[in-house]
Design a protein around this ligand. Sequence first.
Ligand SMILES: C[S@@+](CC[C@H](N)C(=O)[O-])C[C@H]1O[C@@H](n2cnc3c(N)ncnc32)[C@H](O)[C@@H]1O
Length: 321
Amino acid sequence: MANERLRTARKNKNDEFYTQLADIEEEMKHYKPYFKGKTILCNCDDPRISNFFHYFSYNFEHLGLKKLITTCYKNQNRDLFSQNDCEQAIYLEYIGNKKGGNVPDPEEIGIRHLKGDGDFRSQECIELLKQADIVITNPPFSLFREYVAQLMEYNKKFIIIGNKNAITYKEIFHLIKDNKIWLGYRNINKDMWLVLPEKEEKYEKLIDGKKLKHIMACWFTNLDISKRHEELILYKNYNPQDYPKYDNYDAINVDKTNDIPCDYYGIMGVPITFLDKYNPDQFEILGDSRYHDGKQEADDINIINGKQLYRRILIKRKRGK
Ligand SMILES: C[S@@+](CC[C@H](N)C(=O)[O-])C[C@H]1O[C@@H](n2cnc3c(N)ncnc32)[C@H](O)[C@@H]1O
């Protein structure tokens, strides 16, 4: 029991880092047409700290939003909105500045109490989820699978941040493969620096008094985006020397996404970063080197001359593309 609590505490600690406003702005600018008249839910966001709350409350009128709902897990911080560090959380509802202007007026931000701690899985938070058109946040990485499963169950549109490793989680990968979710605009290789709580002693950079940590994170969404329809220009030709086959699977290995041969229509193993360039009209995802046959425990197939390569995604070109 004590061990279990320790594990949970350690996990939660790893979830405590906050998204920078510039990163939110950079991604959200691509989705503006989706926001008009919509209810946005940020359900892992302490409004005192959350730049998601900041972005959507300050841009409420500009984006033409209908409503912004923000739930604050465990009321962690003593602040304007929360009373204490307690098991009863609050949530906020904002429907814009009715007095004119577009700076949020604290008097117009409806603060309401939740019965529980604001866990996104609780029934009362699910009721708020049902009201939402689009869910936008950086959820706890340790609960990413459950978080996404819940969004899928309630058929919600979303734009969320997750660890890049989440791509390889079986449940998430299958959603990507089935074209139910995909990566957002931000380049998968571009670093994301997240802000640590003030009390945190270990950090990698200090900028404007903010303690920053580099996290391998990227955006996941199920809103259709133009990037997903851009065709990857292929210029290399296939030859068996540059593109050897795996020892244990009938597919060629491609080390760099840009090197995908323009004249090969068989199965290819490509790096995970391929997903950044994935256009479902041009390619089909068949599996990954671990889950290639759909079985969880399938052996990795990415072996060449007895040497195991990095994890690969198995793809095929679509004919005529
Ligand atoms: C990665 S942080 C991001 C915070 C904020 N969304 C942002 O981007 O700045 C994830 C947040 O989820 C909160 N959280 C952890 N478990 C949660 C749960 N079960 N339900 C809702 N929020 C939770 C954590 O307290 C943490 O603040």
